[in-house]
Design a protein around this ligand. Structure first.
Ligand code: ADP
Length: 455
């Protein structure tokens, strides 16, 4: 791999460029017109505008445009990051057809895990339990009502193609099911081009625990422990940490084993995350994310393993446990301390977390012992447009234990100063002072149920 195109923007594009540079790989950025002054453009060795001036998100979704640009500039591999085309099997296939390497899994695995109903079937076949629910798309209202009765309310109506907390709704009573079912199907059709809907038992107060997987082309599959991503607002993650200190060791090991078993059963290659909901002593598979995740950072900090570098080396055909990857054998892998990530977004907590836009006038970035910052364009003079994701940067704290990581995060949030655009830092500071959070006991409903405490 001599030249890598990064088909993404923002902090993850910068993150991938860093890993490529450390491996001596030339980097090519693409940018939409609205990203003319974005950090990822200037971080890469070469950068080219993609799309016309009126295109924003669509520019980063233009498969033929990106492939043509890559070919014109002698690119031999493409990293998709997260979001955008990262889970699009047609993109992965088009890259392979053009004689380049897609830094990710095989198209067939993107297809398999892109449909959550199919994914649940794969889990079942690998003897991994999913949340009780349907194993096929629910076609009729009669069937939906019958299933509602059998699982008991509340139930979760979900889109097979859903992602990012969209395409899901909780239904409390049979009377609500009809409307929810129809709305979910039409929303899914509009957002994901696929209207398949399935039903799941709604777990009242679970924790969201996910396992980081790395797998090579030679049949080696390993996990890099777990992350606790329970702190969410409306099913979207806000704070993540590793390891999941509040889950007992025996249960953590059972979840790690299940995740490795599932991914090995399909011969998966590259990085992935297997997500579970934990309810008491039981754990249930919900989905696989076949790509690098926003919260990969906390795993990197506690394991000292660079996940993006690993993705690149796996794509180059290296083995997990041999040079240059040289990862420890599973039994020898160790985690040290605890790492916590906060997602700093340009959302206004006083205005129901509506995304804010504007020009950053002043920025003081947190730093010091135990603090890592992964950022895209955050500097005085940078413009925050309404076109893209509201993630501005990520702060990751590391401590010898959970308490120290919390203390360092509180200190880092207090150091953070941003003027010109509203952010969620004040809200995060409140969460980091909450006794439920500081005792690592927060579940997926913690933020939504206690919102009044954080205002
Ligand atoms: P997405 O792909 O949109 O992120 P997921 O299936 O990963 O959707 O679920 C996101 C979050 O929604 C979970 O972390 C959890 O908080 C909640 N959730 C999903 N399924 C259930 C369920 N059956 N019961 C309770 N909460 C759920």
């Amino acid at each position: 791999m001599r030249k890598l195109l990064i088909a993404n923007r923002g902090e993850i594009a910068v993150r991938i460029i860093r890993a490529a540079k450390e491996l001596g790989i030339q980097t090519v950025a693409i940018y939409a017109d609205a990203d003319k002054y974005a950090a990822h453009r200037f971080a890469a060795d070469e950068a080219y505008q993609i799309g016309t001036a009126d295109m924003t998100i669509e520019a980063y979704l233009d498969i033929p445009g990106i492939i043509a640009l890559a070919q014109a500039h002698g690119v031999d591999a493409i990293h998709p990051g997260y979001g955008f085309l990262s889970e699009n099997e047609a993109f992965a296939q088009a890259i392979a057809d053009a004689g380049m390497k897609f830094v990710g899994p095989k198209p067939e695995h993107l297809e398999m895990f892109g449909d959550k109903i199919t994914a649940k079937g794969v889990a079942t076949a690998a003897d991994v339990a999913s949340v009780p629910g349907t194993d096929h798309p629910v076609e009729t209202m009669e069937e939906a009502l019958q299933l509602g009765e059998s699982f008991g309310y509340p139930i979760f109506v979900k889109s097979a193609a859903g992602g990012g907390g969209r395409g899901m709704r909780v239904v409390e009573h049979a009377e609500e099911l009809k409307e929810a079912f129809q709305r979910a199907a039409s929303e899914a059709q509009a957002s994901f081009g696929k209207s398949d809907i399935y039903l799941e038992k709604y777990l009242q107060d679970p924790k969201h625990i996910e396992i980081q997987i790395l797998a090579d082309e030679f049949g080696h599959t390993m996990h890099l422990f777990e992350r606790d991503s329970s702190v969410q607002r409306r099913h979207q993650k806000i704070i993540e940490f590793a390891p999941a200190v509040s889950v007992d060791n025996a249960l953590r090991e059972r979840i790690q084993d299940a995740a490795v078993r599932l991914m090995a059963s399909v011969g998966y290659q590259s990085a992935a995350t297997v997500e579970f909901l934990v309810d008491g002593d039981d754990f249930y598979f919900i989905e696989v994310n076949p790509r690098v995740q926003v919260e990969h950072t906390v795993t990197e900090v506690v394991t000292d393993i660079d996940i993006v570098r690993s993705q690149l080396l796996i794509a180059m055909g290296h083995q997990l446990h041999e040079a240059p990857l040289s990862l420890p054998e599973q039994a020898d892998l160790k985690a040290h301390g605890v790492a916590i990530q906060s997602r700093i977004t340009t959302e206004d907590p006083a205005n129901d977390f509506m995304p804010d836009t504007g020009t950053i006038r002043w920025y003081n970035q947190p730093a010091g012992p135990g603090i890592r910052v992964d950022a895209g364009s955050v500097y005085a003079g940078a413009t925050v447009t309404p076109y893209f994701d509201s993630l501005l940067f990520k702060v990751i704290s590391h401590g010898s234990d959970f308490d120290e990581a919390v203390t360092r995060m509180q200190r880092a949030l207090a150091e953070t100063e941003i003027a010109g655009v509203k952010t969620n830092t004040g809200f995060l500071s409140e969460v980091f002072q909450d006794a439920t959070f500081t005792s690592a006991q927060a579940s997926t409903t913690f933020v939504d149920k206690n919102m009044a405490r954080f205002k």
